[in-house]
Design a protein around this ligand. Structure first.
Ligand SMILES: *[C@@H]1O[C@H](CO)[C@@H](O)[C@H](O)[C@H]1NC(C)=O
Ligand SMILES: *[C@@H]1O[C@H](CO)[C@@H](O)[C@H](O)[C@H]1NC(C)=O
Ligand SMILES: *[C@@H]1O[C@H](CO)[C@@H](O)[C@H](O)[C@H]1NC(C)=O
Ligand SMILES: *[C@@H]1O[C@H](CO)[C@@H](O)[C@H](O)[C@H]1NC(C)=O
Length: 348
């Protein structure tokens, strides 16, 4: 069996060399066609991906991981991330343009958690994204939502992944952790077909090239450079039995305690791997508290968790959300920062 594989590999490495010149992929018009197709995909992805304004000339945030040794475990790194990443352009204007799909919704401010686009965030050095998907019935695709707010009417998960792949091509030293979560409360169906669409996307030929294929642990930076690592916050419980491939780590939503200050979520029993998570988004202070008291409460919980990350369990994953919301008397408050929530926090 092993011998067989070796032969296959040898064959594969020789045949492209001998046939390269004849490959249609080399034809200039084929290249032009590929570029046009990619442009089309990226244009459709624009509302979520946002513009790519390029790299800062003074700060080396675009490629900061280049300086970190290959053998560094990802769980030992301090990786800044953004909560509800795709909401960066959700304004009253965006909301008004989408009312025909969503019906009337509360103020757009409540849904918006970020101000920088995905591509700007990557250039800024953000390396963990929190993406929320749901079925977009009007297009029969996987779209992006924050609760009932559809964030873009035609952008698909495929489009956004291609945008991330293209960014990684330009920044091959960088590794990006992508948390993918099924967004509830959208009022759209969630069934086997939707899970298959996501599964097929990640397991496509191109998906296999850009997603770290290891399952059950995050591995090292070297293994993840130029790639996306999956933090799966939904389960593939409706897939047909033969779709068995799993990549990344599975953070079972059933064990992700709602509003937890200090969740311990075991994601790999055999290896004893646990994610320590602070996801305290709704303060338990009385509603009569002042905004600064709410913020101080959140600040205390977050800094306690970050402190623990520096003190304990150095080979475990810590995820700390610095974002929270308080809706008092119908008025929402969602603090926003350029890079609001560092989901993965581990001081190097
Ligand atoms: C951001 O939202 C505004 C208002 O809806 C819209 O005009 C603009 O095209 C959006 N930007 C992108 C990149 O989609
Ligand atoms: C779906 O696609 C159609 C045709 O491209 C478009 O007009 C519509 O706005 C899209 N979105 C939704 C949510 O139906
Ligand atoms: C936050 O922590 C500080 C210092 O320990 C404490 O004085 C303060 O009461 C705490 N605030 C809240 C809202 O828990
Ligand atoms: C910090 O670690 C201590 C000791 O393990 C634990 O009792 C406490 O709950 C942790 N706090 C947070 C906020 O994670």
């Amino acid at each position: 069996m092993f011998f067989h594989l070796e032969l296959g590999a040898l064959f594969l490495s020789l045949s492209p060399l001998s046939s390269l010149a004849a490959l249609p992929g080399d034809h200039p018009s084929q290249t032009a066609l590929s570029q046009a197709a990619l442009s089309d995909i990226l244009l459709r992805g624009l509302p979520i991906l946002g513009p790519d304004d390029g790299c800062s000339k003074t700060l080396n945030t675009c490629d900061w991981m280049a300086k970190i040794p290959d053998d560094t475990p990802l769980v030992r790194m301090n990786l800044p991330g953004t909560h509800d990443t795709s909401t960066w352009n959700y304004s009253a204007t965006t909301q008004a343009s989408l009312t025909r799909y969503t019906g009337p919704l509360p103020s757009a401010d409540i849904f918006r958690c970020q101000e920088r686009s995905l591509l700007q965030s990557l250039n800024d050095g953000i390396r963990v994204f929190d993406l929320r998907f749901a079925y977009n019935p009007g297009n029969d695709t996987i779209g992006f939502y924050h609760s009932a707010a559809l964030l873009a009417p035609t952008t698909t998960m495929t489009d956004v992944f291609f945008g991330l792949y293209q960014w990684l091509n330009k920044h091959p030293t960088e590794a990006v952790l992508v948390s993918i979560n099924h967004e509830g409360g959208t009022g759209t169906p969630y069934d086997a077909k939707i899970q298959e669409m996501v599964y097929d996307l990640i397991n496509s030929d191109i998906g296999k090239r850009y997603w770290v294929q290891t399952s059950g642990s995050l591995g090292t930076l070297g293994q993840a450079r130029g790639k996306l690592a999956l933090l799966q916050r939904f389960t593939f419980d409706l897939l047909p039995a033969y779709k068995t491939n799993r990549i990344g780590i599975q953070l079972d939503p059933g064990h992700w305690t709602d509003n937890g200050k200090s969740i311990e979520l075991v994601y790999n029993v055999d290896k004893g791997l646990t994610a320590f998570i602070e996801d305290y988004y709704a303060s338990s202070l009385p509603l009569t508290s002042t905004p600064s008291q709410f913020i101080e409460d959140k600040f205390n919980v977050t800094t306690a968790h970050l402190g623990n990350a520096t003190l304990f369990n150095h080979d475990q994953l810590y995820i700390s959300f610095a974002s929270a919301a308080a809706i008092v008397g119908g008025v929402g408050m969602t603090p926003r920062f350029p890079s609001s929530a560092p989901p993965t926090s581990r001081l190097l």
